[in-house]
Design a binder for this molecule. Structure first.
Ligand code: HEM
Length: 447
């Protein structure tokens, strides 16, 4: 069975129809030939945009000359009410300083230390499951719990944590954050939907995060702070200047950790559960392997779950939570013989690369065992980038590659998972790749 893939756009579209389709859902707005093309150009009176599927171009933009393809000012302005000057939107010297302070907190040794908090969130998620469940909702809850426990040592049931979670959900309904279509450089006179509501929601989220951060700064001053990610980052000094983040700078970073860290993992986990439900033979193998975890695992135990990791990777290939990324060209470029002017949008699409017909064998099939073949490993080197690549690679990639397989294994060990009757889910790009109508599955305890 081929897992759900959105229908592609058929025929040509007028500029207006194109923009409307893009704003609704970028996955179905594109024509099918992008799954075979190396590059596509969009010309509008307002902007030029180039989607690059050629691995050499992707390497140029993300790895070889990332400084020449920064994130756009428009992206930063659009997200500033929520993210301020967070590492997700900055460029140049400021961005480099932020990564120097943040990156050590996400290195292997630190991840070992926060693993018990991740495991506790997994156990809480298992305890909440059973019967018929909408798993996108359930996995958002689980991933938000992981983030709060690892960042702030508090569970999602904490009053402030659950208020942040609720506000983010409200925010998300008004602004599809990681959807490049929402950031199309349209002229400023075009009406923007929900702007006032989005700003008010962003202000409430930041006020809540500021309270959590201030409490933590005070606890650190008293010598009573728990040793978690926030304490580590607030205490970390920039190795070049010796400076630390101010509490205000930390609010920006916490906002992006929460947002980038929970929506993405939740999306991947929900699709992974759907794929296991619809591939019972893989599910049984996963459940058997998950026994290796035991009841008090450590990080090394997750490392031994080879099949579970391959299921999670295969899910990230088929349903990359961040389906597309946008950069801006700073210099005149030649790309596959075309002249690309400064200011053009460069779109990198994990969605298309991961399903590219010239780069993968059976690109639309769910086959976790492919990850053991040399061909697929070669395809992956060219065309697998769920966490992006190069210096701006996701700071949470190693974190997510422990969290995802751990939670998947804990759930598969505890329950038999089946789809419920009804049409299959249709992937759409919201904040991350989600099903248009949710994903309902049945969880029966394995006993
Ligand atoms: C399956 C889970 C995840 C996926 C698929 C994912 C994917 C991505 C991608 C594709 C980017 C690059 C976006 C761009 O350049 O436009 C990114 C950036 C980022 N992610 Fe993740 N992410 C995941 C989990 C996490 C977690 C758990 C955290 C933190 C707790 C995190 C924090 C960040 C941050 C801070 C950035 C900005 C990095 C920079 O621009 O320097 N992510 N992520």
């Amino acid at each position: 069975m081929i897992p759900p893939k959105p229908a592609s756009r058929i025929g040509r579209a007028s500029l207006l129809r194109h923009i409307l389709l893009f704003r609704k859902d970028i996955l179905s707005a594109n024509p099918a030939h992008l799954y075979r093309a190396w590059m596509a150009e969009y010309r509008t009176p307002f902007f030029r945009s180039y989607l690059c599927n050629d691995p050499a171009l992707v390497r140029r933009v993300l790895q070889e000359r990332p400084e020449d393809f920064p994130k756009s000012d428009r992206l930063r302005e659009g997200l500033a009410p929520l993210l301020g000057q967070s590492v997700f939107v900055t460029n140049g010297a400021l961005w480099r300083r932020q990564r120097r302070i943040i990156d050590p907190a996400f290195e292997g040794g630190r991840l070992r230390e926060i693993f018990p908090a991740m495991h506790a969130a997994g156990a809480a998620a298992v305890a909440r499951l059973g019967g018929e469940v909408e798993v996108e909702e359930a996995m958002s809850h689980a991933a938000a719990d992981v983030i709060f426990r690892t960042l702030f040592s508090i569970p999602i049931e904490d009053t402030l944590a659950s208020a942040v979670f609720a506000e983010f959900r409200a925010y998300q309904r008004t602004q599809p954050l990681l959807n490049p279509a929402a950031l199309l450089p349209l002229p400023r006179w075009m009406p923007r939907l929900h702007r006032r509501r989005t700003r008010a929601s962003a202000a409430r989220i930041r006020a809540l995060i500021a309270r959590l951060t201030e409490e933590r700064v005070a606890a650190m001053a008293r010598g009573a702070a728990p040793d978690d990610l926030v304490t580590r980052i607030l205490a970390a000094r920039d190795p070049e200047t010796g400076d630390r983040f101010t509490p205000a700078e930390m609010v920006d970073q916490v906002a992006i950790f929460f947002l980038a860290g929970h929506e993405t993992s939740a999306s991947a986990l929900a699709w992974a559960l759907y794929l296991l439900a619809t591939h019972p033979e893989v599910q049984e193998r996963v459940a058997a392997e998950a026994e290796l975890l035991g009841d008090a695992p450590d990080v090394a135990a997750v490392g031994r779950l080879g099949l579970v990791r391959d299921v999670f990777r295969e899910t990230l290939r088929l349903y990359p939570p961040v389906p597309m990324m946008v950069r801006e060209s700073r210099c005149p470029e030649t790309m596959r013989g075309r002249q690309v002017e400064p200011g053009a949008q460069i779109v990198l699409s994990p969605w298309h690369l991961h399903r590219h017909e010239r780069l993968w064998e059976r690109p639309d099939a769910f086959d976790p065992d492919r990850w053991r073949s040399a061909e697929s490993r070669a395809s992956a080197r060219e065309a697998f980038m769920p966490f992006s690549a190069g210096p701006r690679v996701c700071t949470g990639a190693a974190f997510a590659m422990i969290e995802g397989p751990l939670i998947l294994a804990m759930i598969a060990r505890a329950f038999r998972i089946e789809p419920v009757a009804g049409p299959p889910p249709v992937p759409v790009a919201h904040l991350t790749v989600r099903s248009a109508t949710g994903i309902r599955l049945r969880f029966t305890p394995r006993g």
